[in-house]
Design a protein around this ligand. Structure first.
Ligand SMILES: Cc1ncc(C[n+]2csc(CCOP(=O)(O)OP(=O)(O)O)c2C)c(N)n1
Ligand SMILES: [Mg+2]
Length: 631
């Protein structure tokens, strides 16, 4: 028994937690990021100071960003490790809500420790407190409830023990994981209690690989044998489960083509003859054509987001059926699919065994191989040196340079804007473990890029990390550059300036709204320049901004200079920002796909009326997937 404060007990406990999978152990909570205020400086702040050896403390600049660091780290570590994040009460706490949503939507473990108002209520209303006259138990931290997979407010010292144990269970359960929030009232953090020794001893959370129910596996194999045009859709679960080798073995043995979601991109290396690349709204031509005709779709570790399904228009065979291999029953049940509940690697290995000797129909496999080869050519065309207007490079060319610099093991990190779609289509994934592509597209959160990249680098110091960030995303959350400088984190940040929101501008034009509100111009509303003849951009110097935050900055004019800059950035002892202006209008095309963005049903604007007519035509291709996998 030790007499410790609640905060001291929690810090010591967190330092002792480990995960174990396949006999390999690692630290579950690598450290604690934080920003102090009155709601945590004397409680958790004191404990972190006293027990720095148990749990390293790292200061951040923005609470949202520190959750992104934790999420980036967790994803790169295949969800076996993460960071804790401590904040003050009020705005510091609610700044983490966006990060929590991102983590939960992407099924990534992060541990959030927002400070909370007094459990005793005595001095209330305390600074930064929301008063809810009819309910004294409500605090702003209730905002974490819908975005957390486990939420608890620790209002008594003894409560810490069950709360902390449950928090670790949820963090380490691949089916349940996401943001875990322990709201910590500021008085309770500083209160002492008798802590049992066993609570403070090392604890291992073993992640067992769950095998599928034998009957479900048998049915999945039956469906495959009966299928004429099967397609595998690889999601993030393939990579988290370290199942890329098992996927490849099944594909080699059975000849089934593989298309990939955003989180699953790179599950099969791009040069594999049956790697179709990206699927859906940002999909490759061949992948989308195969999807349209597939009669059996095997989703592995995917949540079937609308970008993957092209808003339920990707699969058009009227009799298409789904098999969903997933650790989470919730995801396994989608699209009326056959739920094969289990670990991706085990299921893929067992499927290969039961299908031994079987191979897909030759015509389908040949068609897939031809499509994969044609796509390789198309990527080469889109990323080739010609193209671009006014001498500015296109994003496709920029991506190619990063792809070359990254080689087999470098990681590209991205989240929002036009780059994720372009990367999804164009990135040639070369790492057999599938860890070279890190695009956060569950929440597609502007501002994730730099902190996410920091998390990736902390998780994989041996890999080069290339953050691709647009000017809009950069402006939203540049502050963690300072954290990268302070921690000497050598990431390369390619800052692509096209003077505004190119992606949303293009989307706006496609719905008839002329790019309204998406340009950085002297104007009333972002659409119409004050002087209509002016194409003058705002006097913003983002390169100078990055420099002022302590980063080394290289200004690259054009693709050749970008290549030199990426080479020069190698071996730096801190972040390097490579600033490059890019063509705003020359985007990578869309390939036989659609994304459901509803267009105004009535309007006085001709462009909107035309867009609505297109919308209604495309909308007619939307399907509900209802066919049972058991008939
Ligand atoms: C936090 C947040 N706010 C708004 C959006 C909607 N949104 C998606 S992309 C985008 C513009 C991104 O601009 P930039 O980073 O410059 O990339 P570009 O579109 O120019 O490639 C916006 C506003 C978002 N994804 N995240
Ligand atoms: Mg931009």
């Amino acid at each position: 028994m030790s007499r410790l404060t609640v905060a001291q007990a929690l810090v010591r406990f967190l330092g002792q937690q480990q995960t174990e999978r396949d006999g390999r152990r690692e630290r579950l909570i690598a450290g604690c990021y934080g920003i102090f205020g009155h709601g945590n400086v004397a409680g958790l702040g004191q404990a972190l100071h006293q027990y720095q050896d148990s749990l390293p403390f790292l200061p951040a600049r923005n609470e949202q960003a520190m959750v992104h660091i934790a999420a980036g780290y967790a994803r790169q570590r295949n969800r076996l490790g993460t960071f804790a994040c401590t904040t003050s009460v009020g705005p510091g706490a609610t700044n983490m809500v966006t990060g929590a949503a991102l983590a939960t939507i992407n099924r990534l473990p992060v541990l959030l420790l927002p400070g909370d108002t007094f459990a005793t209520r005595t001095p209330h209303p305390v600074l930064q407190m929301l008063e809810v006259p009819h309910d004294a138990t409500v605090s702003v931290n209730d905002c974490f409830r819908p975005v957390s997979r486990y939420y608890e407010r620790v209002e008594r010292p003894e409560q810490l023990i069950p709360a902390a144990l449950e928090a670790m269970r949820v963090l380490t359960d691949p089916a349940e994981t996401g943001a875990v929030t322990l709201a910590m009232p500021e008085d309770v953090q500083a209160e002492a209690f008798d802590v049992p020794d066993a609570f403070l001893e090392p604890r291992v959370w073993t992640i067992y690989r769950q095998p599928p129910a034998p009957a479900a596996l048998t049915r999945a194999a039956e469906l495959l044998r009966g299928a004429r045009r099967p397609l595998i859709v690889a999601g993030g679960g393939v990579i988290y489960s370290e199942a890329t080798g098992a996927l490849r073995a099944l594909v080699d043995a059975g000849g089934i083509p593989v298309a990939e979601t955003m989180a699953g991109r790179g599950a099969l290396v791009s040069d594999h003859p049956l790697s179709m690349g990206s699927l859906g709204a940002t999909g490759a031509a061949g992948a989308n054509r195969l999807a349209r005709d597939a009669d059996l779709v095997i989703g592995v570790g995917t949540r079937w987001g609308d970008f993957t399904t092209a808003s339920h228009s990707a699969f058009q065979d009227p009799d298409v059926r789904f098999v969903n291999v997933n650790v989470a029953a919730f995801d396994a049940g989608k699209q009326s699919g056959l739920p094969v509940l289990g670990d991706a690697r085990v299921v893929l290995e067992q499927l290969r065994d039961v299908l031994a000797g079987w191979r897909v129909e030759r015509g389908w496999e040949e068609r897939a191989r031809a499509e994969a080869a044609a796509w390789r050519e198309e990527v080469a065309r889109v990323t080739s040196p010609d193209g671009g207007t006014g001498g500015l490079p296109t994003q496709g060319q920029i991506i190619k340079e990063i792809n070359e610099a990254a080689g087999e093991t470098g990681v590209v990190v991205c989240a929002a804007g036009s780059a994720p779609g372009d990367l999804h289509k164009l990135w040639r994934a070369r790492d057999p473990a599938g860890k070279s592509y890190h695009v956060e597209y569950g929440y597609s959160c502007m501002g994730y890029e730099i902190p996410g990249g920091i998390g990736v680098k902390l998780a994989a110091p041996e890999r080069e990390v290339y953050v691709l960030v647009g000017d809009g995303s950069y402006l939203m959350l540049p502050g963690e550059l300072v954290t990268a400088v302070a921690q000497r984190i050598p990431i390369v940040i390619v800052l692509v300036d096209n003077h505004g929101y190119a992606s949303i501008g293009a989307l706006s034009r496609s719905v008839g709204s002329q790019g309204f509100g998406t340009l950085y111009r002297f104007s009333d509303n972002g659409s119409v320049p004050v002087d209509p003849a002016s194409t003058q951009t705002l006097p913003i110097d983002l390169a100078a901004n990055a420099e002022s935050l302590g980063a080394r900055v290289i200004r690259a004019a054009g693709v050749a200079e970008l290549r030199d800059a990426l080479a020069a950035a190698r071996g730096a002892d801190g972040p390097v920002v490579v600033y490059i202006e890019a063509d705003r209008y020359q985007g990578v095309p869309s390939y036989e796909s659609w994304w459901d963005v509803p267009v105004a049903e009535v309007s006085v604007q001709d462009g909107v009326r035309a867009a609505r007519a297109d919308y209604e035509r495309a909308h007619a291709s939307q399907r509900q997937y209802l066919r049972s996998p058991h008939d």
